[in-house]
Design a protein around this ligand. Sequence first.
Ligand code: MG
Length: 218
Amino acid sequence: MYTVSITGSKKTYNVGKIVCLGRNYLDHIRELNNEVPDQLVIFCKPGSSLLKNGGEVIIPAYSSDCHHELELAVLIGKKGKNIPRADAMSYLCGYGVALDLTLRDLQTQQKTKGLPWEIAKGFDTSCPLSDFVPATQITNPDNLDLSLKVNGQLRQQGNTNMMMRSVAEIISEFSGFYTLDEGDIILTGTPAGVGPIVSGDILEGVIEQVGSLRVSVA
Ligand code: MG
């Protein structure tokens, strides 16, 4: 139903799970005054949250504080469970630029109550996503500059070498909890600089070697 593709390839992938890693950049953990987790912070977004490059983000009426989080996205190319770290890279087939849009007010409410915060993360258009580039095109996914501008102003800037878990570690550890299937997408966390977006904003995310993503806010 929801499909993605790799640039230069005719094959399309039916999107399965969109599994996201929270709190993977120390500077972002600190800016939200969160604790450094000793275990993975994982949540999923539904396929219906996807928004194509060039699309329009619709912030739900029940939130008044939607934040941008720029993230490196990984496309899984084959099925695996309990994948050893040494084999992990053979399970991914592409890299993309994603936003993990977050209703921070709802998330904070849910956190305070000790409840799951999926509703803050999974709304329609909460996952803008570029096309993927072939994995073979990226020499080292753990050393890529990434940046996000809103209305031309730099808001987030970092490098994937600041991630506490590498791409291989993320795939390996996620596969211990969920079977990973072809077409699953992993979001790898965001660096510092997250902040609110409002109607009329233009968001432009760039990841070195991977490409760019541009969406507007309705
Ligand atoms: Mg995130």
